[in-house]
Write a protein that binds this ligand. Structure first.
Ligand code: ADP
Length: 492
């Protein structure tokens, strides 16, 4: 049997759910399915995912899309990064739940490594900072704490896999356990200049190269998925933020985007030049227009759309995420309230895993609408901090920002972003740029495109938000925000 459709299937395995989208030859979406999967919070600061729940959701959404458009010609995968699972390659089964990027359990270990003076070597080799966000200390923790993981290590059948490699292994029936450089660059075990795992990092974390997925190029050959008796080639893998960058057409040095998903992520393609940050950003790998690795500067704020989820599920002050915009505009301002969303510590530019969230500045007149507005403001303030850090590191003015992701649908938030970042915001009419990036990279891997700029789906309609605050008003708002952040930091 052969493929029954010419579509490219993109599997976008996010933090809260799995999207499957089929794209036509012009990279326009033609079918879509989505399913959330459970989040597990075993203790305060702990966040886990169950591999079988993720893979069952993958199977169901893929099945729905295939039912609509037929078996695809090619598959591309994009995924939440850093989250890591221990699997036994003999059985293909996960040995325990995976530890999610937001999990803070290794904060103490990171502090210990910092005090022992390892931070500079980590930064030089991997471009990252010593924070529990990345995979290495999570792997080290599992190997130390979990007897099943230790037993598999003794049998040499243990692999620590990020979500991309978990899905590749699942779809290929265990024939391939492979990841790509953009995902590998988030493990804290990958030398981003040599483009290979780093022995010094493996030694530091007590890990062995044999425990890791093989690294295939982003537009490489990841084997064949078995779908209804058809072998469908998997020809592209990118971490979600790099896929969004790719799907926004940011293939060349100087192009930047912000994605508003569960977290918020600002990435700037710096081409073949490795930029060093002195403002708390990361250096990481992304893909150029041919799918080859190049460098990026990245600013990551852990709480983005998850602030809105918390307002809905934790505080219960809105019923739907989309309601946040009308509730926020039902009041003129926040009434002096700041919400600092350090639910999982703070990422760039502070890197403080010990910080915890707070609502500050409340008076007897504060209402839930003020808090909702402060929550949306917090997303915009954090991203403005990232933009300012990137301006200082790159010496680029960044007057124009491409944006995407679920929370970018919020008009109030986008206007505040334009105001607080002092930039023109261009919102893609198609917010699923992550999946489109995965489809585009797979299209390149399969030899379907020689020039991506020809693809109609990448020529977006844009909505524009322009800044309405002057520099003085912006400066005064940003200073007030910084003072609020200063009150939740665990270290000065
Ligand atoms: P991920 O890929 O990280 O799972 P998505 O890009 O799918 O995230 O975006 C989902 C996030 O966007 C959720 O955290 C949700 O709360 C938020 N969100 C969705 N719609 C809105 C909206 N209209 N306003 C604000 N936030 C929203």
């Amino acid at each position: 049997m052969t493929a029954t459709s010419a579509t490219i299937l993109a599997i976008d395995a996010g933090t809260t759910g799995i999207h499957a989208l089929a794209f036509d030859e012009q990279l326009c979406p033609v079918a879509e399915a989505y399913e959330e999967f459970p989040q597990h919070f075993p203790f305060p600061g702990g966040v886990e995912h169950d591999a079988s729940e993720i893979l069952a959701a993958v199977d169901r959404v893929v099945e729905q899309v295939i039912a609509a458009v037929g078996t695809p010609a090619t598959i591309g995968i994009t995924n939440q990064r850093e989250t890591v699972f221990p699997i036994d390659v003999e059985t293909g089964a996960a040995l325990s739940r995976g530890i999610v990027w937001q999990d803070r359990r290794t904060a103490g270990r990171c502090e210990e490594l910092r005090e022992a003076g390892h931070e500079e070597l980590v930064r030089q080799r991997t471009g990252l900072v010593l924070d529990p966000y990345f995979s290495a200390t999570k792997m080290e923790w599992m190997l130390r704490e979990d007897v099943a993981v230790q037993a598999a290590a003794r049998k040499r059948s243990l692999r620590f896999v990020t979500v991309d490699a978990l899905i590749v292994s699942h779809l290929t029936g265990g024939a391939r356990v492979a990841t790509d450089p953009t995902n590998a660059s988030r493990t804290m075990l990958f030398d981003i200049e040599r483009r290979d795992y780093c022995d010094e990092m493996l030694d530091l974390f007590g890990l062995d190269r044999s425990m890791l997925a093989e690294v295939e190029s982003s537009a490489g050959d990841f084997g064949y998925a078995q779908i209804h008796g058809v072998e469908v080639p998997i020809r592209g893998v990118l971490g979600d933020q790099q896929a969004a960058l790719f799907g926004q057409g940011c293939w060349d040095a100087g192009a930047a985007k912000v994605t508003y998903g569960t977290g918020c992520f600002l990435l700037l393609n710096t081409g073949q030049r490795r930029a060093h940050s002195s403002a708390g950003l990361l250096t990481t790998l992304c893909a150029d227009g041919t799918g080859a690795p190049c460098f990026a500067l990245e600013g990551s704020a852990f709480a983005g759309g998850s602030v809105v989820q918390w307002l809905r599920d934790g505080l219960g002050v809105i019923k739907e995420a989309s309601e946040s915009s009308s509730v926020a505009t039902s009041v003129d301002d926040t009434g002096g309230v700041f919400l600092v969303p350090a639910f999982a510590g703070l990422g760039a530019p502070h890197w403080d895993p010990g910080a915890r969230a707070a609502i500050l500045g409340m008076t007897r007149g504060t209402t839930s609408a003020h808090i909702v507005r402060a929550g949306l403001d917090a997303i915009a303030f954090q991203c403005a901090d990232l933009v300012n850090a990137l301006r200082s590191d790159s010496e680029l003015p960044l007057e124009r920002l491409l944006v995407d992701g679920g929370a970018a649908a919020n008009d109030f938030l986008m206007q505040r972003q334009a105001d607080l970042a002092g930039a023109l915001i261009e919102r893609s009419s198609e917010l699923q740029t992550t999946a489109r990036g995965a489809a585009a990279i797979a299209g390149i891997g399969a030899g379907r495109f020689t020039d991506l700029t020809e693809a109609e789906g990448l020529r977006r309609g844009q909505e524009i938000f322009t800044a309405s605050l002057d520099a003085e008003q912006r400066g005064s708002e940003m200073r007030a925000w910084s003072a609020a952040v200063g009150r939740v930091l665990s270290r000065p």
